[in-house]
Structure formats: C-alpha cells, structure tokens
Ligand binder design. Structure first.
Ligand SMILES: [Zn+2]
Length: 216
C-alpha cells in the first residue's frame, strides 16, 4: 500500500497474480480506511479484474445497497469495517435513534458518519429511515421496509421537514423534533407524526435527516 496524491482520484487497485497494490489518496483516517477496505473488496469479490481504473469519490460513497461493482466493493468494506455481530451489539445499546448515538458508534468503528448511519438503518429495530438532501431536494433515501413509503430521490423537501428549514432559512433545529409524517412518508395519515433529527454537513451542502416513527 502506498500514498498516492493523484488529482481527482481517490483509490485504485493493481492486481499482480494473488497480490495487489492499493493506492489511496491522502485522506482523513475514516475515509482512508474506507477506501482501502473498498479496494480489498474489489480484490476479493472481483478476482477476474486486474485493473479497475481509479475509484472516484462517487464510487466510494457509502451507499452500498445498489447492485454493480462499486456498491459490491462498498458492501464488502461495510462488512469488513463494521462486522454485523459487533455492530449489532452497538446498535442494540441505543435506546432511541439519535445522531449523538450514531456519532459515538462511528468513532468506535472509525468509519464515516454516513457509512455508520447506513449500517445503523440496516440493523436498527426501529421503524427508521435516513434521507440525505442537497439544495432542497432528496439525493438519497434508505429505510427499513416497515417505515412505509419514503420521499423519493430528486423530490423537493416538504415544508414541514427540519431539512427544509435548513435550505429555506438556514435554521438548524437542535435535537429530535416531531414533524408531520407526510413530510417524509407521503402516504402517511394527516394526523401521524414522525421524529426527525438533522445533521448538517456544511462543507458538502448536505443535510442528513434521521427519521423514525415514535413507539406507540
Ligand atoms: Zn471501486
């Protein structure tokens, strides 16, 4: 493994028989660990490919639920860095979804907040979903099946959501708040409410909304 300050690229894998050289940009620790694990994923899961070209920041995005080579490498990275049994134990200690809890788990596993949040959604027992939005629109949505319908990718945010208030008024609501369930689950009943807590990633212009149905 070697540091490779290649412009615009993040990581790559050069296979030589049963060995390989992984090159990674000079990245913050959590991103670097993810990039290396992602390349190991290509090494293990795609044995017929000797050179993949560079994996870009987009390829390395932690959303690994799609099919294809890059998400497969990310799924491998997620399992390697956040093994299910260990991660499940951490999730089971969480009483209520909260960014504070996700941050603590991220620090423990030395993985980015976004990657941790995706894994959290996957292994949580709550009816929970994660929405990422930019410029007032949803760019990614993931949730447990029992969450119900979810606001779709590229749809504009509902004016009742906390994420909307960030883009419309730069208002960052502290902690979890009750919001109309229809803000995130379009087919929810009028009277239903969900909890939403936002985490603002100023540098990326992104808002992460953790949304869950309160226990009845
Ligand atoms: Zn890749």
């Amino acid at each position: 493994m070697r540091a490779a300050p290649t412009r615009g690229a993040r990581a790559n894998l050069l296979r030589m028989g049963d060995r390989a050289i992984i090159s990674v940009d000079d990245l913050p620790t959590d991103q670097r660990r993810w990039a290396i694990a992602h390349e190991l994923g290509h090494f293990e899961v795609h044995p017929d490919v000797s050179y993949l070209g560079f994996c870009t920041g987009e390829d390395l995005r932690a959303d690994y639920h799609r099919s294809g080579r890059e998400p497969e490498a990310n799924a491998f990275a997620a399992e390697l860095l956040m093994p299910e049994a260990l991660f499940q134990r951490a999730v089971d200690k969480v009483e209520k979804p909260a960014w504070r809890e996700v941050q603590a788990i991220a620090a423990g596993f030395q993985v980015s907040l976004t990657a941790t949040a995706h894994r959290f959604i996957e292994l949580s027992w709550e009816r929970v979903a994660l929405f990422i939005s930019q410029e007032g629109k949803v760019v990614s949505n993931r949730g447990r099946r029992d969450f119900g319908t979810r606001l779709k990718k590229s749809e504009p945010l509902h004016s009742d959501s906390l994420a909307h208030d960030y883009f419309a008024k730069k208002k960052v609501w502290p902690g979890a708040q009750h919001v109309s369930a229809q803000a995130w689950s379009p087919t929810a009943r009028d009277s239903d409410e969900v909890m939403e807590e936002v985490f603002v990633m100023e540098a990326y212009g992104s808002v992460l909304s953790l949304v869950w149905w309160p226990a009845r």
